[in-house]
Design a protein around this ligand. Structure first.
Ligand SMILES: [Zn+2]
Length: 177
């Protein structure tokens, strides 16, 4: 335990430059009730620095700079992740399109087979191959009804969508060959 005043309160003396001296004087003038001399200001600064109450401006800046760099990296990673997710989203979206395309193709050939044989100008049942030809326009009209009746009686069904469309849009092109 120090027993004399000099040991208990060791004096610190240092020389400085005019700029620092002016700073100390200004600080002293700001709080004249606390600081009676520039030495009081200098001691206050050193003591606060020692307690950790004063933050080193440069190290503070370096810390904030590092924080900003970290944040920037985080954002870059986030953006990259989103971009990758977006791309993989597009990839999976295009993969998902395939089954839809497949589903648009009818399950069996019946749906895409026309009952009208254009080269021979006659109708043919797509179920059993039964032919419906005509020798004149009146017969041609009759055969439309006959095919419909044939489907109902022999195959227990009505025209499918394509058959309906073909029959509705068919025009007399001449007698069957
Ligand atoms: Zn048939």
């Amino acid at each position: 335990m120090p027993n004399n005043y000099n040991e208990r309160h060791p004096p610190v003396s240092f020389r400085t430059i005019p700029k620092i001296m002016k700073f100390l004087e200004k600080e002293m003038q700001k709080k004249p009730e606390i600081f009676f001399s520039v030495h009081d200001v200098a001691r206050d600064i050193v003591e606060r620095m020692a307690k950790g109450d004063l933050i080193d401006k440069k190290s503070d800046l370096a810390l904030r700079s590092q924080e900003l760099k970290n944040r920037k990296t985080e954002l870059e990673i986030e953006m990259l992740t989103q971009r990758l997710a977006f791309r993989s989203g597009l990839a999976s979206a295009s993969v998902k399109l395939k089954p839809i395309t497949i589903n648009q193709i009818p399950e069996n050939n019946e749906n895409i087979r026309s009952p009208y044989d254009e080269s021979n100008k006659r109708l043919q049942c797509i179920e059993c191959g039964c032919l419906f030809g005509w020798k004149n326009k009146d017969e041609y009209v009759e055969k439309m009804g006959e095919l419909k009746q044939h489907l109902m009686l022999k195959h227990d069904r009505q025209f499918n969508a394509l058959e309906r469309e073909v029959i509705d849009n068919l025009t007399y092109e001449g007698d069957s060959t």
